[in-house]
Write a protein that binds this ligand. Sequence first.
Ligand SMILES: [Zn+2]
Length: 419
Amino acid sequence: MKITVHGGAREIGGSCIGVQTKDCKIALDYGTKFEESSSNHFPEDFDAVIISHAHLDHSGQLLSLSKKKPVIVGSKITREVTVALLKDMIKVQNQNDYNYPYFPHNANAISRHWWVRDYVALPGMTIKLHPAGHVAGARMTRLNAENKEVLYTGDFCVHDSEILEGCNIEALPKKPDVLIAESTYGGKVRSPRNELIDEFFMRVLTAMERKGNVLIPTFAFHRSQEMAKRIDDAVKNGLLPRYHVYTISNLANKITGYFNENKEFFIKKIQRQKQPFKYSHVKHLYRTGQIKEPAVVICTSGFGHAGASLRLLKDWAEDENNLVLLTSGYLPPDSPLKYAKEERKFRNNGDEISVKAEIEQIELSGHADQLELVQMVEKLKPKRTILVHGDIEQSQALSKEIQEMTEVCIPEKGETIAI
Ligand SMILES: [Zn+2]
């Protein structure tokens, strides 16, 4: 068996790992990089592609397979959200580039070749998917072929969140020959989640008390719904006062509809509610012009590159009463939010905007931190561990913690490991 890391090696973005046996060749994820939309050139001769979850850095390159038609495997919500995100990407790209080669029918072709399964048998290979936490529908891939067992984590998270169960390590195969693990936070130990949530509410409440606006840039998929639900419940429970709270993202609104229709992907408490993601105190808006200030606004893009979050960042940056709350730990190098946070200024259309608003980063992302990653290796005892989906410093820091328990490899892009 040969494992080749085509993308997501020593970096975050563009995840793709090829597994080749004498009988078949599959890909684990097929993602785009954050900065570029079509820069990856992965092999296209796969018999099957397993998509761990619907974030585009794991699924966004699928359009290049829309003519090859391999079998695509993943959970139902991963299929629905991936296709919605691909269509949104196609719309944006076609507005910017007349030569962009994809159209909505290419995204529909992906949907038609998608098998919603937790178990698949391919020539000489069986594949079983396990819940991974992280986002709704995220799955780990357990693969058996040629008397070898491989477990690919995709992005995962062990602790529960308000709406999603974490991954159950006990249900995963012990002593796999190879563990391919994400290492986004391989070098970081996070504060307990309840402390982070307390801090989040404290910051929002303080900004509300000074009648400030609160901008929460968020991904349309999962984080937006989780955040809206968190704030809606907090207002219901009296933890936060009544305030104008909005979501602005048609894509997020569409995905919220999928969440209401697929409650089985969430924790029991959510499943018992009739329309769990129909909020009482959070209103969906179509445009920033509809906002009544002061307000809390949950909107895309999560990195502040474009859309409502960039517009509001520009409008609200210069007022010290306002608050920008980042809940993702990772910001791409060219992100206006990164400049706003670190340099206290950013450029937009040639203008320099100075930042007086408070900018706070509270990491509520659904990735395993170092403790969870080490815990997984301790419990599973893999013979060999391949670290992907992490900057080299993060992977190396994790490697130090686990190298006594397992043989660690941090491959370069394109590197093949024979097992
Ligand atoms: Zn992800």
